[in-house]
Design a protein around this ligand. Structure first.
Ligand SMILES: C[S@@+](CC[C@H](N)C(=O)[O-])C[C@H]1O[C@@H](n2cnc3c(N)ncnc32)[C@H](O)[C@@H]1O
Length: 352
């Protein structure tokens, strides 16, 4: 299939899965009863309206305008010039180390959910046949498209949506789905349903759009990361100490006492996440320890005990972020490491 054909692939209505056709500045079902707008070339599938607040929207508008006039990288450096952490997050090539785990070939059709500001999208496109990216924040989706186009990647198409964790793609249309640091947040914009139900739906949707035998890469934070167990603040629980690591009913009660109806992000243990992925129709699961931590991982080590021991023997191998977690991690027996890592990274296959 030639590269440019990714642009011609159909989207479907995320609710009914009926095929959508381009029609003026919109995508429309053949019966004409379903219409999704297309803005700045980006189809808009959000169900609950804008995902960002006014200030966020204004900043992204400035980012996109600057990207058009100065180029995508200069735009990022200008808009976040006072935030080196954010710049590292969206620019640092080392963050892409996990790409080496993935079955990426020139024949692979990739779906990336939650690309952020496109930190990996063009890299996938370089190694794959096509990349479809779905980002819930519309201004970010626009930036991802600009970033890829300016890097000469003509095999990328970007859509905005996913807030209800339904996907606008036909069944069996991808070989690889990538969900890097999104699963924990994915239910946060779907306010009327329990977070776990929404996460289960996303897993089911990813299985639906994968071809039989296709692969899922899912990386998220670990509910029982050492840093939470020793009482550090949990950013997924409005900075509550221990946060997700608390027993669920106590955690919900404490959140309510702080006036929070929802946690922000829902984390799982290694075994609970494994079970969720398997229940959604995946098999052949392999998990990895992203060290020293998930957002800026340098090493991805298989979590089987022999691989953990071998990694620990490597000079310069860093076992965790923060002094206490790093010190404690080296005392954890190798077979238990997977339960206490900062993040959980799984590769799985859709049942053939
Ligand atoms: C923490 S960032 C991770 C970005 C990128 N994947 C990375 O690893 O650097 C999470 C991204 O996922 C997006 N996101 C969150 N929930 C989503 C959903 N349900 N559907 C699509 N995108 C979502 C957010 O807007 C954000 O851009």
């Amino acid at each position: 299939m030639p590269h440019d054909s990714v642009m011609e692939r159909p989207y479907v209505c995320p609710l009914t899965h009926s095929l959508l056709r381009p029609d003026d500045q919109a995508l429309r079902s053949s019966a004409g009863d379903t219409v999704y707008p297309v803005r700045s070339g980006i189809p808009q599938f959000q169900r609950f309206g804008a995902a960002e607040d006014d200030a966020g929207r204004a900043r992204l508008a400035r980012l996109n305008a600057l990207a058009r006039s100065e180029g995508w990288e200069a735009a990022l450096r200008s808009v976040w010039r006072d935030d080196p952490g954010m710049l590292a997050y969206v620019l640092q090539p080392g963050r892409a180390a996990f790409l080496d785990l993935l079955p990426l070939t020139p024949h692979t059709d990739v779906l990336e959910i939650g690309p952020g500001l496109g930190q990996f999208t063009a890299l996938f496109a370089q190694r794959a046949r096509s990349v479809s990216a779905l980002e819930v924040v519309s201004g970010q989706a626009e930036f991802v498209a600009q970033r890829c186009a300016q890097q000469g990647r003509d095999n990328v198409r970007v859509a905005a949506g996913g807030d209800d964790c339904r996907l606008p793609y036909p069944d069996a249309s991808f070989d690889l789905v990538v969900l890097n640091l999104v699963f924990e947040w994915c239910a946060s914009r779907c306010p009327d349903e329990p977070e776990l139900e929404v996460q289960r739906r996303l897993l089911g949707e990813m299985a639906r759009v994968l071809r039989p035998g296709g692969s899922l890469y899912l990386a998220t934070k670990n509910r029982f990361a050492l840093k939470y167990l020793i009482g550090k603040a949990d950013e997924h629980s409005h900075q509550m100490r221990f946060g997700n690591a608390l027993p669920r009913s106590l955690w919900r009660w404490l959140l309510r006492r702080r006036g929070q109806a929802r946690p922000g992000g829902l984390l799982h243990s290694h075994d609970a996440l494994q079970a969720l992925i398997e229940q959604a129709g995946f098999t052949d699961l392999r998990s990895f320890w992203a060290a020293p931590e998930m957002r800026f991982a340098r090493d991805y080590v298989s979590t089987d005990a022999a691989a953990v021991r071998a990694a620990r023997r490597q000079p310069g191998f860093v076992q965790g972020e923060g002094r206490s977690a790093r010190w404690l991690m080296q005392c954890v027996p190798a077979p238990l490491v997977k339960h206490l890592t900062p993040g959980l990274a799984f590769l799985a296959k859709k049942l053939a």
